[in-house]
Ligand binder design. Structure first.
Ligand SMILES: [Zn+2]
Length: 331
């Protein structure tokens, strides 16, 4: 009864206009995150896990999002966070992580043609040094080895299912303190008898600063994805802060625009902490994005934890508009 009373008094405290606005508003912001797109062949010498969709499917995603949601730009999201106002219809965002070349050759022409805003989150050290991230190098070594097994830390790894071994070593980078994994790529290279890929081979997979500057002048915002892409929870507080400060300043110098958003490397809740969220805001970012964390509700929007999902296959998108939020409510 007390609950009913408080519900009634809450309803009465709303002006009719406010009630109307509330009923008409939608509270969902779906942020779709991508890494790489493929055309034709999906497999490369590197990590296959980052190729979620073909460029054709991506185009269909964009068409669906354009038709059924309002696609927000970085500026519109930041304004929404500040104002806390209700949104008139379901909103969405499109983001890409890691600075791969296909973000420029495949995604950018489509985003431009369909006039869709997006944020590219760039890890600065890989772009500067032209070296791919640890997840790609691990995949490269395991895919190229001709050995059938190898021994690491007193454990024998058989290579009948290379993907299982790849995921196990990638997991080490996500969980162990950085000091324990910093030499692991060289060790793995020795154990598997596979030299690390040469710089040109690695460089071919990444955007250049010129390409990043070009997209930033044509509707795509550039956010920071840290400097080294090391998982923040494996670093000290000072090291985390350095990742946020250094990357921001490098990108700002390169594109001559201010960098206002950050995406946590890897991005799950096990990969960064409440402290990382405080640091990100201390370092001058207006919003920070997690990954594989769900759909945002504007009534509980947290600037330093804008949730993102990996878009599901197209048939899930093609359910009716009414069912769309429901599809994701389980995530
Ligand atoms: Zn990443």
């Amino acid at each position: 009864m007390a609950g009913m009373k408080s519900l009634l008094s809450n309803i009465l405290s709303y002006s009719p206009l406010r009630v109307l606005l509330h009923l008409r508003s939608n509270t969902k912001i779906i942020v779709c995150n991508y890494h790489r797109l493929y055309e034709g062949k999906r497999n490369t010498d590197f990590d296959d896990g980052v190729f979620a969709h073909s460029v054709k499917t991506f185009e269909k995603h964009l068409e669906w999002l354009k038709k059924n949601t309002k696609i927000l730009s970085e500026a519109e999201l930041l304004a929404l966070i500040k104002s806390g106002t209700a949104i008139p219809k379901m909103c969405s965002m499109v983001t890409f992580d890691d600075g791969y070349i296909d973000n420029y050759t495949l995604a950018y022409p489509l985003l431009k043609r369909l006039n869709v805003p997006a944020i590219y989150f760039i890890p600065t050290s890989p772009i500067n040094t032209r070296c791919l991230g640890w997840w790609d190098i691990i995949s490269y070594i395991i895919k190229k080895t001709t050995k059938t097994s190898f021994c690491y830390n007193d454990e024998v790894y058989t290579l009948e299912q290379p993907n299982v071994v790849i995921r196990r070593f990638q997991k080490l980078f996500m969980e162990k303190p950085f000091q324990e994994t910093s030499a692991l790529l060289d060790t793995l290279s020795d154990l598997c008898g596979v030299p690390l890929p040469d710089i040109q081979t690695q460089s071919n997979e990444l955007m250049t600063w010129d390409q990043i500057r070009e997209v930033s002048q044509n509707g795509i915002d550039i956010g920071s994805h840290s400097d080294s892409h090391i998982v923040l929870n494996t670093l000290s507080s000072d090291e985390q802060k350095k990742e946020m400060v250094v990357s921001k300043s490098i990108i700002e110098n390169k594109i001559d625009k201010s960098v206002r958003t950050f995406a946590y490397p890897v991005g799950g809740y096990q990969h960064f902490s409440q402290h990382s969220m405080e640091l990100v805001s201390e370092c001058g970012y207006g919003a920070a994005f997690s990954f594989n964390t769900g759909i945002n509700d504007t009534r509980m929007l947290t600037a330093c934890d804008i949730k993102r999902i990996e878009p599901p296959e197209l048939n899930t998108y093609l359910v009716s508009l009414a069912a769309f939020p429901k599809v994701f409510s389980d995530i």
